[in-house]
Design a protein around this ligand. Sequence first.
Ligand code: HEM
Length: 407
Amino acid sequence: MSEAALDARQPLTFPLERRSPLEPAGAYHRLRAEQPISRVSLPTGQLAWLVTRHADVRALLADNRLSSDRTHPDFPLRAPVEQQLRKGFGDIGKALIGLDLPEHSAPRRMVVNEFTVRRINELRPRIQEIVDERVDAMLAAGPGADLATDLAMQVPANVISELLGVPLDKRDFFQERTQVLARPNSTPEQQLDAADELRVFMDELVTLKERQPSEDLLGRLITRNRETGVFDHELLVGMAQLLLIAGHETTSNMIALGAIGLLLRPEAVAALQAEPSLVVSSIEEMLRYYPIFDVMARLARADIEIGGVTIRAGDGVMLSLGSSNRDEAGFADADTFDVRRGNRHHVSFGYGIHQCLGQNLARMELEIVFSTLLRRIPTLRLAVDVEDLPFRVAASINGVYHLPVTW
Ligand code: HEM
């Protein structure tokens, strides 16, 4: 980054340049040191603030003067296509992730019990079965597999189907549509069509469960809803869609990035094989080191003074998770990947009222996937050079489309 680019009057171009899709933008180091809250110009032409220090990002994620209302015309967008895609996803924003206080509290309270450690632990045996089935299929067809499509995309889709109570005979339809949303060559039109079909699907699923009570997440929400009236039918459909979208591509890409992180470091793999209990802390390190979201966007609802800067009401704010997770002030030796670190103060699951609802589930999926892979395919390795992997960098979620491996 040039000296001129650090001129406070000159907005930086967002997204900042990255030398490698596995590393955050090189400029973050200097920004954290010299200009931790900077002006950026977004691909939509909007101007916004970019926040890079761990302490500031956490403070602002927890600051309810910042809004998550993505339907607001001034909400900062990472790409023009986001507006179009967002419209296609119907009521998702109204379900939870786009709500501010006080509206956010009641629906969050309604679903939070479904994601406690205890509740998620009940899913452990079934998640292990799902992972074993995928590994069996890989071993039967191998050596050689695409870890992204054969495992990383399959496991979360199956887990969400299980969680929401998608009937077995509907799972293929459900999975095909979710894959269209995740595939690299899907056009925005195809994604919008798939999103619409999934909305209709979820609508029918909720209607079915309203008629026939069931012992799954949606069934329980419907029962509780009859007592409290927090969700109407439309909001339940929106919640089901949100859980699908929030829980699927996120976890898939995290599995893939975590696998790359490990496979690039034979010494880390050896340490985990010698001491399998380290898998739990290695998951935190994968999350910290390879966050799937580089930034969380927000819109200021009031003036906010922070770090000598005044963010004005109406300003867009981009909170960099990628930069925070590498801030030496939050993590000693931050640029070293250390499976023993076990620090859970990273912000890869966000922070504040919107902190990831599904984090216990995501952690468990990751833990089961990596323990199983390390045990059942101990010689797993990348089948191509890391530079040749098809990374998804322009998309809002970091990850890979394919991950050829062998053993
Ligand atoms: C490694 C996987 C995952 C990562 C890195 C991740 C990350 C995040 C982040 C950063 C947020 C905060 C969004 C914001 O502040 O605007 C979030 C929210 C959320 N996540 Fe996750 N997520 C993951 C997996 C899951 C799973 C498995 C589920 C559920 C099945 C889930 C459900 C949600 C929901 C419902 C929200 C919105 C919470 C609210 O607004 O109150 N996530 N996630």
